[in-house]
Design a binder for this molecule. Structure first.
Ligand code: SF4
Length: 210
């Protein structure tokens, strides 16, 4: 489930210890790996949520696009739906040249789920807006256009993790991440003004009916 949309699920996250840490999967770029399309981490390594450094949290990372397509690579985006639609065969993943990357993206998603299973991952913090890792917003079609369009949905790898029962949250869901941090470390005081991505003015303006 998408934790920001189901805040009641936070209470069900167990209280881990340093001896039995919470096993968290993060997007490779969020862990600082230069696995983005142009072989950078998009500057996200510096934005890894602080809770990932708690002694009671063990982080593992994976990049499904690097696994299946390689780095550097062209820009994959979903056409005709979100990651669930791709898994159901109802949408395709194309790059900016129109090359069909659907099969590779599904293979990368399966490899990410295998990695999560191997490491007995309990929760995933993923990079939003990615056709693989997005959990709140993804591009609606190619993003390398004069006027980029967005859709409220998840990427291919995020969809597969969700179908396997792994809770997901994006690096932009600051309210949920703060509450999760406080759940794991009661001495932490979350910012009461923090917003999740779907609570921001940008999101409400972009998706007025949500
Ligand atoms: S596929 Fe995921 S981990 Fe890889 S660069 Fe994109 S957002 Fe980061």
């Amino acid at each position: 489930m998408r934790l920001p949309r189901h805040p009641e699920a936070l209470a069900k996250v167990r209280h881990p210890t340093a001896d039995d840490p919470l096993r968290v999967l993060v997007s490779g770029c969020l862990a600082g790996r230069p696995c983005g399309v142009e072989a950078t981490d998009y500057g996200l390594g510096a934005k890894l949520p602080a809770l990932a450094r708690l002694a009671c949290v063990r982080v593992t990372n994976f990049c499904p696009e690097d696994f299946a397509i390689g780095t550097p690579r062209t820009m994959p985006d979903i056409h005709g739906g979100d990651g669930h639609a791709v898994l159901d065969g109802a949408a395709r993943v194309l790059d900016e040249h129109g090359v069909d990357l659907t099969e590779k993206m599904v293979r990368g998603a399966r490899a990410m789920l295998d990695h999560a299973t191997e490491h007995r991952v309990e929760l995933a913090i993923l990079t939003d807006m990615s056709a693989a890792c997005g959990t709140q917003v993804i591009s609606d079609g190619c993003r390398l256009v004069p006027v980029r369009r967005f859709t409220n949905g998840v990427g291919v790898a995020a969809a597969l993790l969700l179908r396997a029962g792994i809770a997901v949250v994006s690096q932009r869901d600051f309210r949920t991440l703060g509450l999760l941090h406080a759940h794991l470390d009661p001495t932490f005081s979350p910012d009461p003004s923090a917003l999740d991505h779907h609570e921001t003015a940008w999101f409400k303006e972009t998706f007025p009916s949500r």
